[in-house]
Design a protein around this ligand. Structure first.
Ligand code: ZN
Length: 171
């Protein structure tokens, strides 16, 4: 069975790989109750000059979709879809919330870090805008970045739903 490595968020290789190695067609429906594998991939290869990413996306084949492995960006081990969780996580070097893969052992503690960052920064308008933009990228709209108190309440409720797996983010 072929195996496809899918990287999301800033892993060890920097932002370029993280943001270009997989993508989703914007026309996707917004089903937030189950994990949907990415529909397109950019081929990533290791060369003498470092990591090369094919700028042309290609559709993921059925074989690749079933054999995909996802890398936890905390422990750097690969896991099947059943053992991977997609969460928002604040990346300090990018100063943004990024779509991040975590394994069964790491996702709850990472989600706690996201929550702590959100609570510590929700008074800052630019941080509220980044939080709202993250969820907009996942087709979750309705958050209001202009109202700190409302966003604090709505944002915490959203993070709680992710923790309770009532909302399942996809890459
Ligand atoms: Zn892990």
């Amino acid at each position: 069975m072929s195996s496809v490595w899918i990287f999301v968020g800033a892993v060890g290789f920097g932002a370029v790989l993280g943001f270009t190695a997989c993508s989703r067609r914007p026309a996707d429906d917004a089903d937030h109750t189950r994990f949907r594998p990415p529909t397109e991939l950019h081929t990533v290869s290791l060369t003498d000059g470092g990591i090369a990413i094919d700028p042309q996306p290609r559709a993921v084949t059925a074989d690749e979709a079933t054999g995909s492995e996802y890398m936890c960006s905390s422990c750097y081990k690969a896991f099947s879809q059943a053992h991977i969780h997609v969460i928002p996580w604040f990346n300090d070097s990018l100063s943004d919330y990024v779509t991040t893969f975590r394994c069964d052992d790491d996702w709850l503690s990472s989600l706690d870090e996201t929550r702590a960052h959100f609570l510590a920064s929700v008074e800052h308008p630019e941080d509220r805008a980044r939080f709202v933009a993250f969820f907009a990228r996942h087709q979750l709209s309705g958050l209001d970045a202009s109202d700190a108190a409302a966003l604090r309440s709505d944002g915490l409720a959203l993070l709680d739903k992710i923790r309770a797996k009532q909302i399942v983010l996809s890459p």
